[in-house]
Write a protein that binds this ligand. Structure first.
Ligand SMILES: [Zn+2]
Length: 313
């Protein structure tokens, strides 16, 4: 069967109260995005809201009857557009995120919407979280916790169903290696180590279906290798030969982010977008040659990039 964009590919029940809505997007580069629902006694918890009203209306159709006497709590794992665009759809919901995720959203959401408008599904009005937390937010009787787990972004959090031992890890774990968008890799390593110590047996991810414990470990080994400036372990490269571009992107991107941070701290008017534009121009990079910014950043010679960045600080 041909799938239309935004159409639910499948709904999978996990444990006694979890539903995994698996959206497949064949026409664009968005790929798989999963929205996870926990059906509690008093509350329903919806982890992330995908790309607009259309996918959310499909979720609503599926749970409408059961939702009638419950309060819907929406959990935003982080501020990225493919996790928050459906926030506005459920009228009576309460949206919760980490405080930094909300700050990041206020700073970036409108810009991200403009830049990625081709991915909009249905209607969108950016809606920010109503409630924020710093370390953890527990729904005690329900056995559900939102826990701060930075790394993918500085405000990333996970949702833990303690009763079912299922954790929704959002973008913290990806197969086979995570994309690195934040300079703080120590935080990333700590978060991955933490989820391995949790009393969990299922890791639901946004873009890589259900991750095994082994996959979480592979992500951890990779992040450690980047921190130590060591080559990506052979074991990972052997199993996933096509990750080379992503690996190069990650290492270059983290380097740029680190230098950006130095400049940001010494200059109140620092403009990250303008900084990157100038950097690419000075390095004579022809943007039109590449299909995506990931490919473009991956193509840069690491040593030349470092030299250029050093000149700038
Ligand atoms: Zn993300």
């Amino acid at each position: 069967m041909m799938l239309k964009r935004g159409e639910i590919m499948k709904v999978t029940e996990i444990g006694s109260r979890g539903l995994m809505f698996d959206f497949e997007d064949g026409e664009t580069t968005l790929g798989q995005t999963i929205v996870y629902l926990i059906k509690g006694e008093k509350y329903f918890f919806l982890c992330d809201t995908q790309t607009g009203s259309k996918p959310m209306s499909l979720v609503k159709d599926y749970i409408e009857e059961e939702l009638k006497n419950k309060q819907l709590i929406i959990f935003n794992s982080h501020y990225h557009w493919d996790h928050i665009w459906g926030n506005d759809f459920f009228e009576d919901s309460i949206i919760v995120s980490h405080s930094k995720a909300r700050d990041n959203m206020i700073e970036n959401a409108e810009k991200e919407l403009k830049e990625n408008s081709k991915f909009v599904e249905g209607k969108i009005k950016i809606k920010y979280p109503d409630i924020t937390f710093d370390k953890k937010l527990s729904f005690e009787d329900e056995g559900v916790e939102f826990i701060y787990a930075p790394g993918h972004t500085s405000g990333h959090a996970i949702c833990y169903d303690k009763k079912e031992k299922i954790v929704f890890v959002g973008d913290l774990v990806e197969e086979p290696i995570p994309m690195l968008f934040d300079k703080d890799l120590d935080a990333f390593r700590n978060s991955l180590e933490y989820i391995l110590t949790m009393n969990a047996n299922t890791y639901v991810t946004t873009h890589s279906y259900i991750a095994s414990e082994e996959m979480v470990n592979v992500n951890l080994q990779y992040v450690k290798a980047v921190i130590d400036n060591k080559k990506t372990p052979e074991k990972i490269l052997k199993n996933y030969p096509d990750i080379e571009t992503l690996d190069k992107f990650n290492r270059n991107n983290v380097m740029i982010l680190k230098y950006e941070n130095i400049l940001k701290n010494s200059n109140n008017n620092f403009d990250g977008d303008r900084f990157r534009e100038e950097l690419y121009k000075e390095m004579k990079i022809d943007k039109s040659k590449y299909d995506s910014s990931v490919e473009m950043i991956a193509s840069i010679d690491k040593d030349k990039l470092e030299k250029k960045l050093k000149e700038k600080v």
